[in-house]
Design a protein around this ligand. Structure first.
Ligand code: ARG
Length: 459
């Protein structure tokens, strides 16, 4: 006789390759803890409602707890012929406690069971991701605070634009990751509804108490439509969308770290622990970790597109196609968690080369806008001021001079409005500190944001 719980209506065994092809146990076994937790709550509810006996529920719960221990101790043998985690556990339960184990699946289907398991699992994983994000954000704020005086070139088009504080640059990423964290928490809130009780698709004939199970499992309520409960995976898709945005942010930071570690920029040094060497060029120290995270961003985008494509046009309700939801989701989770963890440690250990950043900030006429703003304050319309400073910069290029090196006479060739006090405006510090409004790069504005970030992290 077949070991399959559904073998009753079949006369022939499953083709062996089909068995392997249709099985999900190789990847859905990671849901075991959530499958058992859901089953325990379900069994207790069945007894409370008088659908099974109290003693029967106790035996079921006892058996399930033993199975949990077996799996955790690595003593459980997963079987491909039992297809998935749900049937592997149910079969083992029946082997252990006898036919009463077969009562567990009353008023339930694998369709609502798997919808429950993924939600329980993803909920915990989102909490872990929010925790990893906080660690990375703390490392960014620590770097900002430790280097509050460091000035670097700010870029647009990757051309020197205006000087900014390195701390301001770090806090830009803090803001991005704050929004990522918010997105994750919103998705968690939306998915936190119990789908169990939907049965295969239409609900169940038994007098179950879904609200009680929801409460036992920490859900905020129950789903409202059985067809929807077993057939949508929008929560997994929106998680992958938020994960893609998060990875996009990480890929931009990666790109900057890679540029900054090059000999040409030389703004930072990553710890040896996060780099590797070359098998041929002895001098090389390659920023493999940020490069890989930049690369892994593509695979997370790919997972999002896989899920969207998987679900596109599927008729209601459950379709076996949906078993394919797990690998893209699991791969996304592993990739995002790994990337965040490694980034938090790497940023914490990153060395900042203040002198190199400062020297680069002084190049490229980064205080030209400050000269234009100066002329505007002396009464010149901004467009004319722009023209004046443009000519000044051209003169500097021809003379091989920097803006602060010009004599007052040289400045005045371009505008009579320029006086001795111009030199108070063209230093890097003056340029940075003039931008005091909320969100600007002035030291006092950045210090305020550091304090606010700390408060956010501790709140
Ligand atoms: N392993 C299946 C999945 O992941 C569980 C649900 C199977 N339901 C079914 N009717 N075959 O989707």
């Amino acid at each position: 006789m077949s070991d399959k719980p559904w073998a009753g209506r079949f006369t022939q065994p499953t083709d062996q390759f089909v068995e392997e092809f249709t099985a999900s146990i190789s990847f859905d076994q990671r849901l075991y803890r959530y499958d058992i937790r859901g089953s325990i709550a379900h069994a207790r509810m069945l007894a409370r409602q008088g659908i099974i006996g109290q003693d029967e529920a106790e035996r079921i719960v006892f058996g399930l707890n033993e199975i949990l221990e077996e799996i955790e101790a690595g003593k459980f043998t997963f079987s491909v012929s039992l297809e998935d985690i749900h049937m592997n556990i149910e079969k083992r339960l029946i082997d252990k406690i006898g036919p009463v184990g077969g009562k567990l699946h009353t008023a339930r289907s694998r369709n609502d069971q798997v919808a429950l398991d993924i939600r329980l699992y993803l909920r915990d994983e989102i909490d872990a991701i929010v925790g990893f994000l906080e660690k990375l954000q703390t490392a960014l704020v620590d770097q900002a605070e430790a280097n509050l005086d460091v000035i670097m070139p700010g870029y647009t088009h990757l051309q020197t634009a205006q000087p900014v504080l390195f701390a301001h640059h770090m806090l830009a990423y803090f803001e991005m990751f704050s929004r990522d964290s918010e997105r994750m928490r919103e998705i968690r809130r939306r998915l936190n509804r119990l789908p169990l009780g939907a049965g295969a698709l239409a609900g169940t004939t038994f007098p179950i108490d879904r609200e009680w199970v929801a409460e036992q499992l920490g859900f905020d309520g129950v789903t409202r439509n059985s067809l929807d409960s077993v057939s949508d995976r929008d929560f997994a898709i929106e998680f992958c969308a938020a994960a893609s945005i998060l990875m996009m942010h990480l890929s931009r930071l990666s790109e900057e770290l890679i540029l900054w570690s090059s000999a040409d920029f030389d703004f930072i040094e990553l710890s040896d622990a996060f780099c590797t060497g070359s098998s041929i060029m002895p001098q090389k120290k390659n920023p493999d970790v940020p490069e890989l995270v930049r690369g892994k961003t593509g695979r997370v985008y790919g997972n999002l597109v896989s899920l969207l494509t998987l679900m596109k046009s599927l008729p209601l309700a459950y379709n076996k196609d949906m078993q394919e939801d797990k690998e893209p989701l699991f791969d996304t989770l592993d990739t995002v968690k790994g990337s965040l963890k490694i980034f938090a440690d790497m940023i914490a250990e990153m060395k900042v080369k203040a002198d190199r950043m400062r020297r680069a900030a002084a190049r490229g006429f980064s205080t030209a806008t400050d000269v234009a703003d100066y002329c505007v304050r002396k009464g010149l319309p901004f467009r004319q001021a722009h023209e004046v400073v443009g000519k000044t910069v051209r003169y500097c290029i021809e003379q091989g001079k920097d803006i602060p090196e010009l004599s007052l006479d040289e400045f005045r060739q371009f505008s009579e409005l320029i006086d001795e006090d111009i030199y108070d405006f063209v230093t890097l510090e003056a340029s940075v500190d003039a931008r005091k409004a909320t969100g600007g790069t002035a030291k006092e504005a950045v210090a305020r944001e550091i304090a606010r970030a700390r408060q956010q992290l501790s709140g």
